[in-house]
Design a protein around this ligand. Sequence first.
Ligand SMILES: Cc1ncc(COP(=O)(O)O)c(C=O)c1O
Length: 399
Amino acid sequence: MIEQLIADRAGAIDASGIRRIFNLASTLKDPINLSIGQPDFPVPEPIRSAAIDAVANHQNGYTLTQGDPKLLARVIEWLKLDLGWDCAVTGQGAAGQPTAFVTSGTSGALTLAFMALLNPGDECIIPDPYFVCYPHLATLCGAKAVPCDTYPDFRLTAERVEPLMNERTKFVLLNTPSNPSGVVISKEEGAKLRALCKSKGVLLISDEIYDEFVFSESLGDVAKGDASMKRCPSPAREDGAHEDTLLIRGFGKTYGCTGWRLGYVAGPSAIVDQMSKLQQYTYVCAPAPLQAGVVASFETDMSAHVAEYESRRDMVIERLSKHTKVAIPGGAFYAFIEVPESLGLSGTQFAEKCIERELLVIPGGAFSERDTHFRISFATARERLEKGLDILESLLSGN
Ligand SMILES: Cc1ncc(COP(=O)(O)O)c(C=O)c1O
């Protein structure tokens, strides 16, 4: 039988809860979709045009594995301004200098990091709730992702992480702002978590794919090179962090081009350079004309979109916190909402009830060891979001 050919690592991965709900929902004609994890605005025109021009001008071959030199130079410039890091191109760093390269999406960077760091039997610590890929990436390496329970406030603090560390722990994975909760950790929390990792000789990986989507009250730090630039707090901005922190960021969410598959990684050259070697023999390079497109992103102001998401966030909190507990999202475009105990429903059962009313949300069990919550995305047109909130208010109050 052909099934016998399948490797254990594939068999060990369960179909994602997200896909299960999508299958259930596929019978609906025009549901209100609050399950989507990508922005609802178009790619800004200068970025789109630059990509189209790159295709027309025959930039369609491979780039160097480390990325289009123009894009990588802009990334390195930005890391200096934002974090004060003096990065070199991967493979070209002087002793102690951090290095960087362009990856095939943030997922590409995460996959390479897990592959470069985890041996079978090793452990890493991830927040629970987590981005859906995290545990599976560890499984692919024959390793174990140890979930750190962050309920009910969804903050990955040093106090919560420390008891889970042991001699098998290779890294702690922080995601701020978080998917699925939108929670942003403070500068102090990030600094303490980094100090803990450093003291244990464990790497801190910071997945900051939503770093540009941060709302007013959570802009708790400033760029190293320009104090007028308010930024999402990051442990990577702490002095000396380039020696022990691996930073992963992306372009897809920020500029509405998730399908372009673009991200980058920066950090200690010993690790980043191993990752770029693995990229050479797997992804090869990120898509060439699209890399040329996002060079223009460094001059593109997304603040109007962020302000719109903040206002939608306010609406979500105002309407739903009357009925249940919602940890206030400081960024991204998600809220992770508790199903009131009085309803006696799991997150999955609640999501199924939503489907009966033509509303799509994602059950918390897709992101967690628990199935007590559900995730909504407010990257959805305002009037659709309002209709979705009408249905949620009704269901949450038991109707
Ligand atoms: C926290 C987090 N990390 C990584 C990713 C993957 O992003 P990309 O599309 O850049 O691979 C996502 C996508 O939803 C995410 O939410």
